[in-house]
Design a protein around this ligand. Structure first.
Ligand code: NDP
Length: 293
């Protein structure tokens, strides 16, 4: 059996087009332009690339984009004050502080200060609680994107499926598991203390890997025909000396021989994350302006 590849890059491009069309509609109907503020503290090169890409994609969707670049030595109080200013700014509907922040700033305090209505990363405890309670809120971007890919690959047929999520972080594993429960799957959350992980994974019709360990999930961990969503992004040595390449948490070539559907890395779950950030900004803008949908 050779699995079909879930093309996250193409899906994300289509999603961005649909979002841009909705943004234009919202502007025409209500005069509202969704606005996303991204805050970067320090000069981490990878974060700079992410922040630039988020700004460009926000503008391309017809949204208002603001980027605040703060020096690494910015105090926690100054960062929290900026977040409060953005909370009160009616032109901003989504606030994202790029993590990690420097060690002298509490990430938890930053998350707690962002207004839950503008928390497009979905990390505020109010949004986590809403998700856990099956109530509408803002859902973390990577889980939201992973679910869209799964729904598409399986033609919406998730109910009753056995799902295993490896990883229980607040950012990825837990929210994906909640979304799978909401989709009527029977869900197991595995983690570093799980015993006999390969056997647990072999039960899964849907296997989500969100671990951060290169190619940990081997072909013989996968149930034939399963849908495999690989969230992991790991940099490993490349074929040429001094070069690196990205791999997921799943051994892609082996998975392709067993699974029914597999996301590649790169080009699978990754591109969905920024597209879903735009989706969350649109959702927040609608809710803050009393628009349904
Ligand atoms: P965390 O490090 O926060 O969580 C990793 C999870 O994996 C933990 O729950 C941990 O268990 C579990 N784990 C670690 N080792 C093992 C093991 N040997 N067996 C079973 N479980 C294990 O990572 P994140 O959730 O933030 O990210 C996970 C991966 O997803 C990373 O590769 C990250 O780069 C990627 N990622 C990708 C994004 C995207 O845009 N596509 C966005 C965010 C993350 P325990 O809780 O017991 O420690």
């Amino acid at each position: 059996m050779v699995a079909s590849i879930i093309d996250g890059k193409a899906f994300a491009a289509g999603l961005r087009e649909r979002i841009a069309a909705e943004v234009a509609e919202l502007k025409a109907a209500k005069g509202v332009v969704p606005g996303l503020a991204v805050v970067l503290v320090g000069e981490d090169p990878a974060s700079q690339v992410y922040v630039r890409s988020k700004g460009e994609q926000t503008l391309a969707a017809g949204m208002h984009s603001v980027t605040h670049r703060l020096a690494a030595e910015t105090s926690e109080a100054d960062l929290l004050a900026l977040v409060e200013t953005l909370n009160a700014d009616p032109s901003i509907h989504g606030i994202l502080v790029q993590f990690p922040v420097p060690a002298h700033i509490s990430q938890a305090k930053v998350v707690a200060t962002i207004s839950p209505d503008k928390d497009v990363d979905g990390l505020h405890v109010i949004n986590a609680g809403r998700l856990a309670s099956g109530l509408p809120g803002l859902v973390p971007c990577t889980p939201l994107g992973a679910m869209m890919l799964l729904q598409d690959a399986l033609g919406g047929q998730l109910a009753g499926k056995r799902a295993v999520v490896i990883g229980r972080s607040n950012l990825v594993g837990r929210p994906i598991a909640q979304l799978l429960v909401d989709a009527n799957c029977t869900v197991t959350i595995a983690h570093s203390r799980t015993q006999n992980l390969p056997a647990v994974c072999r039960e899964a019709d849907i296997l989500v890997a969100a671990v951060g360990r290169p190619q940990m999930v081997r072909g013989d961990w996968i149930k034939p025909g399963a849908a495999v969503i690989d969230v992991g992004i790991n940099r490993v040595p490349g074929a040429e000396p001094g070069k690196t390449r990205l791999v997921g948490d799943v051994h892609f070539e082996e998975a392709m021989q067993v699974a029914g559907h597999v996301t590649p890395v790169p080009g699978g779950a990754g591109p969905m994350t920024v597209a879903c950030l735009l989706q969350n900004t649109l959702t927040a803008a609608k809710r803050l302006n009393g628009v349904e949908g």
